[in-house]
Design a protein around this ligand. Structure first.
Ligand SMILES: NC(=O)c1ccc[n+]([C@@H]2O[C@H](COP(=O)([O-])OP(=O)(O)OC[C@H]3O[C@@H](n4cnc5c(N)ncnc54)[C@H](O)[C@@H]3O)[C@@H](O)[C@H]2O)c1
Length: 322
């Protein structure tokens, strides 16, 4: 049986890393991937470790969190420190070391392995972590699906019933060539076939959050959500005078990058899962107050359908420029 190892910061993992890992996994029988992270780095090491485990489910992915020097010039004992740290986390001395960097030669020698250089010019998959961190939107196609939610800007269409939220969310998603998140309350209530109860509220908030996180993987640069758990909080309070703690927790913890707050200035349309034909104005004010109390960024969407769409597009474009 042949064994191999490769290491990296994977800050974040991109398709160049995926190529390197998939190449190495086809070269040897048993591959170990070492995720090296430092506390000061801009993306948490634990998250990078989870991403790499998801990307390489059949390989041995380990996490090295020692605060080691990063370049040989930084420490006279650089190679001894790296050799002993690596031998601690590797299952044994590898037969092969894989890298696209020249340091792979010395690294392999330290571990008593043969070096297999992989695309030093990075011409097969021309991308780097620095390029992605500088402009993730421009390099979106190089991001693996599991990494995309970390870089996606989240927009939430928020406000009273029958103010065109779903149509606006769909239209925005189409305009920006991305994914949208349907309102989970509607999915649940249409399936449950009875009036909503307070005990449904936690399931609605959890469903909304889970659906958003799952669909964020399909998004390109921005994700458009038709409501979020903060809307569930407002609904729970308005309908039942009570908010389950789990709903409050989700509403407080999850902030969209931008809320499009839709005004109730368009005609009401009745629907079996709509509740408050006369409460649009109060509900709008309540939504505005909840956003303001949490310091969330929002833009009010009002006027006819075209004006609403134009205001929303301009607000999302502004968010994407930031
Ligand atoms: N500089 C040295 O001499 C040296 C020596 C030993 C260990 N280290 C440490 O190793 C760790 C990992 O460093 P890193 O910055 O190389 O990690 P990284 O995440 O940038 O890269 C991981 C691996 O993927 C390769 N790679 C990157 N883009 C690629 C692409 N487009 N196509 C194919 N392969 C690609 C890299 O060459 C590397 O082998 C760091 O903690 C560093 O300090 C450095």
């Amino acid at each position: 049986m042949t064994t191999g190892m490769l290491l990296g910061k994977f800050l974040p993992p991109h398709l160049g890393h995926v190529y390197l890992g998939e190449f190495a996994g086809r070269f040897v029988d048993r591959l170990t991937i070492v995720v090296c992270s430092l506390q000061r780095e801009p993306i948490p090491g634990e998250l990078r470790f989870q991403w790499m485990r998801e990307l390489f489910p059949f390989d041995n992915v380990v996490h090295l969190t020692d605060e080691l020097p990063q370049e040989p010039v930084e420490h006279p004992d650089f190679w001894n420190l790296w050799r002993s740290a690596l031998l601690r986390v590797l299952p044994g001395r590898p037969d092969y070391v894989f890298a696209s960097e020249q340091y792979g030669w010395r690294l392999a020698e330290e571990l008593g392995a043969a070096f297999v250089p992989v695309d030093g010019a990075r011409s097969a998959v021309p991308v780097s972590g620095t390029v992605i961190r500088t402009d993730p939107a421009a390099n979106w196609d190089y991001l693996p699906r599991c990494v995309r939610p970390h870089f996606v800007k989240r927009v939430c269409v928020f406000g009273p019933e029958s103010t065109g939220k779903t149509t606006l969310a769909r239209r925005l998603a189409e305009h920006f060539g991305t994914a949208w998140v349907p309102e989970y309350a509607r999915t649940l209530l249409e399936s449950i076939g009875r009036e909503v109860r307070v005990k449904d509220m936690e399931r609605i908030a959890r469903g909304q959050a889970a659906s958003e996180d799952a669909l964020a993987r399909n998004a390109t640069r921005v994700l458009i959500a038709d409501t979020d758990p903060l809307a569930t909080l407002v609904w729970s309070d308005v309908l039942f005078g009570a908010v389950p703690p789990a709903v409050r927790e989700l509403a407080d913890a999850r902030a969209a990058d931008l809320y499009l707050l839709t005004e109730a200035d368009v005609p009401w349309v009745a629907d079996p899962v709509r509740y408050r034909p006369d409460g649009g104005r109060d509900f709008f004010e309540r939504c505005r107050a909840e956003l303001a109390a949490r310091g969330r960024r929002f833009v009010v969407i009002r006027g006819d359908w075209d004006e609403r769409f134009r205001t929303a597009v301009a607000a999302v474009e502004e968010l994407l420029r930031r």
